[in-house]
Design a protein around this ligand. Sequence first.
Ligand SMILES: *[C@@H]1O[C@H](CO)[C@@H](O)[C@H](O)[C@H]1NC(C)=O
Ligand SMILES: *[C@@H]1O[C@H](CO)[C@@H](O)[C@H](O)[C@H]1NC(C)=O
Ligand SMILES: *[C@@H]1O[C@H](CO)[C@@H](O)[C@H](O)[C@H]1NC(C)=O
Ligand SMILES: *[C@@H]1O[C@H](CO)[C@@H](O)[C@H](O)[C@H]1NC(C)=O
Ligand SMILES: *[C@@H]1O[C@H](CO)[C@@H](O)[C@H](O)[C@H]1NC(C)=O
Ligand SMILES: *[C@@H]1O[C@H](CO)[C@@H](O)[C@H](O)[C@H]1NC(C)=O
Ligand SMILES: *[C@@H]1O[C@H](CO)[C@@H](O)[C@H](O)[C@H]1NC(C)=O
Length: 529
Amino acid sequence: MLILFSVELSHEGDGFATRVIDLGGLQVTQISTFNKVWSTHDGGLDNKGATIFEPKNIPKGFYMLGSYSQPNNKALYGWVLVAKDVSSNTTDPTLKQPSDYALLWDTQYMNISQEGHAYVWLPIAPNGYKAVGHVVTTTPDKPSLDKIRCVREDLTDQSEQHSLIWSKDHFFFVYDVRPSNRGIEAPGVRVGTFVAQTDETTTNLSISCLKNINANKTSSMPNLQQIDAIMEFYSPFLVLHPNEEFYPSSVNWFFSNGALLYTKGQESAPIIIKPNGTNLPQGGENDGAYWIDLPTDGENKDRVSKGFLNSSRSYLHVKPMYGSTFTDLALWIFYPYNGAAKAKLQFIKNIKLGKIGEHVGDWEHVTLRVSNFNGQLWKMYFSQHNKGTWLDASQLEFNVGNKPNAYSSLHGHASYPHAGLTLLGKGGVGARDDTEQSDFVFNMGAYELISAKYLGSTVIEPPWLNFNREWGPHIYYDLGKKLKKMRHLLPGKLKSLIDDIVKVLPKEVLGEEGPMGPKGKNNWSGDEV
Ligand SMILES: *[C@@H]1O[C@H](CO)[C@@H](O)[C@H](O)[C@H]1NC(C)=O
Ligand SMILES: *[C@@H]1O[C@H](CO)[C@@H](O)[C@H](O)[C@H]1NC(C)=O
Ligand SMILES: *[C@@H]1O[C@H](CO)[C@@H](O)[C@H](O)[C@H]1NC(C)=O
Ligand SMILES: *[C@@H]1O[C@H](CO)[C@@H](O)[C@H](O)[C@H]1NC(C)=O
Ligand SMILES: *[C@@H]1O[C@H](CO)[C@@H](O)[C@H](O)[C@H]1NC(C)=O
Ligand SMILES: *[C@@H]1O[C@H](CO)[C@@H](O)[C@H](O)[C@H]1NC(C)=O
Ligand SMILES: *[C@@H]1O[C@H](CO)[C@@H](O)[C@H](O)[C@H]1NC(C)=O
């Protein structure tokens, strides 16, 4: 399904998609072929158990840093890094054998369905070195010291436990490990290994992650041609709801069709916004001194609020992630208007919430996370009401070739990987995010690169990106009044449920948070949240 295109790209750029990345005297490469070590069919996600693997076909001169593990509720899809010392530092090489191993736990006496028994070992690192992964054996004998390598401390960074891979009996926990500090500037490198522990949570993991200390670390990032190649290969399709009334548009369409800039204290004299927003105030705080709004005359206001799909662009922000071993391509979409929310109250499937949720200026995004080792799409992020979800590339729905679908929810424009209803709430009560297949599809390959700091002055940010105020006026709902009215209309038992809706509605839906531009949303300079 996913075709390697690194072969075509490797000769074009500097360090992108050349398989090996130099973290500073330490070369690493990504391995995704494995030997199975052990498996259980009990416990963990969906009670399907988990499997532990070791990297196989490790290139000459490279060493294993740790084993890989994955829950059994999804197809095998992952990678670990293996490393090679290229420091020519004889006293303190970047890699060293462990001095010993400590047995963390074994599964010998566990009442689970398992293939053999697992013995999970923590490498004891020599002074000045850290373990970045575990060794797992199927016998109680200590593994050979040559089995794995520990990493010189200056090439390691603080890690944290991330998603649960497996747990059993409140005593055995296996988590995916990632760098604690993530974001454009953060040097922490994800190794792809797991941490095994006996506590549900620990703040100080026994396993570190790697750190990119190469002064020239952005050489592993894609150049302009490679960004274009990635987009050509993986750019998603945005599927709007068949009943959608508020389509996306380009920013310039919005501006040139009458969008207005308001200044506090001069509300009666808004000004026309110039193309690219060249007359928008730059920088500053979101202090309410300025805001953008639709045109004032009724007919134009209505027309502009509906957007214009044909004019749409995806606005691309490219940023290094995990110490420049991955590239995040955040694709931002602009909708002039966000329509009203709808709710579900158990068997009452579709309740209109009046004007709740409506606002001018709606910025949404999806993010492609691409490996700088081989140019492959690893994960995709779907933003939903200031939060979102990550999916492995193997879990995505593809439109044509390697281009994934992203479904935009009716009116609210949250993005989802599959069509269907998502209820923001619980017990059958909450706000509805409806997505559905339709003919209204936007090819996000029509993009404009708006920011890529690592490329220096090559990419000039459009002025509208540095407009730090809101893209719509503040809206205040008389929520109490609205709910009282709704309570009246509902049958007895359901009256009290109305209050539950308010509790589960995302802040953004309630309009309490203003419609900020891309830089004001989660999370421009950091990892997705
Ligand atoms: C950075 O890396 C690129 C590509 O590997 C190379 O062309 C360039 O000379 C390097 N710059 C420095 C300062 O090492
Ligand atoms: C070897 O690495 C250590 C630790 O980073 C450093 O202090 C030392 O200067 C290095 N030696 C050489 C010869 O590069
Ligand atoms: C082992 O687990 C099975 C199924 O969960 C249970 O029926 C059985 O009683 C357990 N045996 C012991 C010795 O705990
Ligand atoms: C975390 O563990 C390391 C050794 O594994 C130790 O040096 C450090 O002091 C610990 N930090 C905290 C906050 O416990
Ligand atoms: C907007 O800016 C881009 C460069 O960022 C430029 O190519 C384009 O011509 C500008 N559009 C207008 C209408 O000024
Ligand atoms: C939008 O684009 C499509 C295909 O490019 C075209 O058929 C259609 O007429 C356009 N619609 C408008 C309103 O321009
Ligand atoms: C966004 O990322 C930055 C930089 O990594 C981080 O400091 C900040 O806490 C993140 N914001 C959220 C809401 O997680």
